[in-house]
Ligand binder design. Structure first.
Ligand code: HEC
Ligand code: HEC
Length: 501
């Protein structure tokens, strides 16, 4: 406890909170060791969140840089993958067959129009324009029968598992389609979705106030009839995609060790592994990617995004995004090549490897006294119980530069019940409507510099780290309660640390 020993005035109060926390634990639960609330000694590797892959944020902050240790001869493949993720796909048929097959219904023409510059997506602040680049996932309530075990949800019979708000229709492209009847003979986009924000003020015990906002949706111009009142809807802003190859190499057994499904240690935090369908292995497997950890591998995540978000079929997801009820969509020309898919495997591999090799950034500030104080608080408030600071990546013959790295992603990749207020009430495989996967915190402080987005939490409701913490509930209720009790200066110190990650 080197830094608490410094006893700065602001820390005096903080250490009282810490002491209470420790005493509370000792009284509340004898098996539970207070040691886990005490920050371990600082390690020099903390400056390099992605180990030897960490890229320098100078001269500019970007989540599009290749792993710093990526072999020279692999760099051209990285940039080829980036081009495929960045350049717009077009409607079939075209004279260039390499980039056609868009849609017929879709969300965006490129990956990076949602994961802008490799960072998070945006969500509209107003209801003046329909959402673009924000996914709306859909399903129906009920018991998952055999028919849907591979989907993990019951898709909407007409709209499927997500709203594709765009289509290849020229009328839509020219934004004429909001006039009734325009799309009678054409493939209609599924809906134009508008967001409204309800604001309310949160007041700390010290009377300081923060404005919080909560979304609600309005579906206009539904292209295929009513959604039905019982439809489950989940709003998802695109997460940042740097460091994916490192997260992929965290040994599953290390994640399993962190899971505590029945909260045996009695600390109020459980955490569990999602079990999801692996299309390559044709079996259930632990989930790791996606906001509810509903995808087991990076390849499936990327292939799923091509099929669902851009409408580009591939060997893992060979279907067009149309449901059986969408006949014009099904009848539209596709962009299949000789192999029978719109995206051949070698191009899919390039995009997967591009994602795999996107580098986390070196931290610019990591050892100042204020950051060390914030670091103490991060552990004292049990943030580290879900935002697991560090892992060592496993072996990999295919990607030796990503193997055996000590990384600092600040996630356990587990599902946690975050309370009713953050719930989307839409289950996904084992994940309940209240559960979300702990998001990595590496780079969260520079996100805004990457592309201007301030959208935090699954639906982008939080615009600051403070707001994000104030929305924590469920298993994180105690952490949040302790945060609220802190003096304003100490709250800022914790946030300062989180921003430095
Ligand atoms: C319409 C916006 C949009 C487009 C286009 C899009 N994504 Fe995503 N992406 C998302 C959202 C939202 C999520 C979270 C999905 C979920 O949990 O349901 C996500 C998740 C991911 C993840 C997992 C991140 C994590 O932390 O687990 C990766 C990797 C990814 N996308 C890559 C891609 C690639 C590659 C493409 C292009 C083929 C693409 N995305 C296209 C919005 C988008
Ligand atoms: C019980 C597990 C748990 C604990 C404890 C916890 N978090 Fe989280 N945190 C999560 C989950 C899960 C989310 C995502 C919730 C969502 O998207 O709705 C999240 C989201 C966040 C985000 C937003 C990240 C982003 O990219 O959108 C920040 C910042 C954050 N947490 C910081 C903290 C801090 C600081 C603490 C300690 C005061 C803390 N968390 C404690 C599980 C936890």
């Amino acid at each position: 406890m080197k830094y608490l020993a410094l006893q700065k005035p602001s820390l005096a109060r903080f250490s009282a909170v810490l002491l209470n926390a420790i005493l509370g634990l000792l009284v509340g639960c004898s098996e539970h060791s207070p040691a886990e609330h005490i920050a371990p000694a600082y390690q020099s590797s903390e400056a390099l969140p992605g180990g030897a892959t960490s890229a320098s944020p100078k001269p500019f902050v970007s989540f599009q840089l290749p792993a710093a240790n990526l072999a020279r001869e692999l760099k051209s493949d990285f940039y080829a993958g980036q081009a495929l993720a960045k350049q717009p796909w077009v409607k079939a048929p075209t004279i260039t067959t390499a980039r056609d097959g868009l849609g017929p219904i879709y969300n965006a023409r490129t990956c990076l129009s949602c994961h802008i510059k490799g960072g998070k997506g945006f969500i509209s602040d107003t209801d003046q324009v329909p959402l673009l680049g924000t996914l709306i996932r859909l399903s129906k309530p009920g018991v998952i029968t055999e028919e849907f075990t591979q989907a993990g949800i019951i898709p909407h019979p007409v709209y499927g598992d997500q709203i594709q708000g765009q289509s290849i229709s020229l009328a839509h492209q020219l934004r004429h389609s909001q006039k009734p009847g325009t799309l009678q003979h054409d493939v209609a986009p599924e809906a134009y979705v508008y967001i409204q924000w309800q604001q309310h003020a949160f007041t700390y015990p010290d009377q300081h106030q923060v404005q919080l906002r909560q979304p609600s949706l309005e579906f206009r111009n539904l292209g295929y009839g009513p959604l039905g009142d019982d439809t489950l809807v989940s709003i998802r802003v695109a997460p940042a995609i740097h460091g994916m190859g490192l997260l992929e190499l965290i040994p599953q057994q290390d994640i399993d060790l962190l899971a505590d499904e029945n909260d045996q240690d009695g600390n109020g935090i459980s955490g569990r592994v999602n079990q999801v369908w692996d299309v390559e292995k044709q079996t259930m497997a632990p989930g790791r990617f996606g906001l509810k950890a509903n995808k087991p591998t990076l390849a499936m995540t990327v292939a799923g995004a091509f099929a669902g978000d851009v409408g580009i079929s591939n060997s893992l997801f060979p279907q067009q995004p149309c449901t059986k009820a969408q006949s014009k969509c099904l009848a539209a020309l596709n962009g299949n090549d000789a192999g029978g898919f719109e995206l051949p495997d070698h191009l899919l591999d390039l995009v997967v490897n591009f994602n795999r090799n996107l580098a986390p950034l070196k931290r610019s500030h990591f050892k100042s006294e204020k950051i060390m104080q914030g670091r103490e608080m991060f552990y004292a408030l049990a943030c580290n119980q879900c935002h697991t600071p560090s892992f060592k990546t496993g072996e990999s013959q295919s990607f030796p530069h990503l193997a055996g790295q000590t990384i600092w992603p600040y996630t356990d990749l587990l599902l946690h019940d975050m309370g009713d207020k953050l719930a989307d009430n839409r289950p996904d495989f084992l994940a309940s409507g209240n559960e979300w996967r702990t998001p990595p915190l590496w780079g969260v402080g520079v996100q805004h510099q990457v592309n201007g987005s301030r959208a935090l939490l699954h639906d982008g409701r939080a615009r600051t780290i403070e707001e994000a913490i104030l929305w924590h509930g469920g298993e994180a209720e105690n952490s949040k309660a302790k945060f609220i009790e802190l003096a304003k200066k100490d709250r800022e110190t914790l946030i300062f640390f989180v921003k430095s990650l």
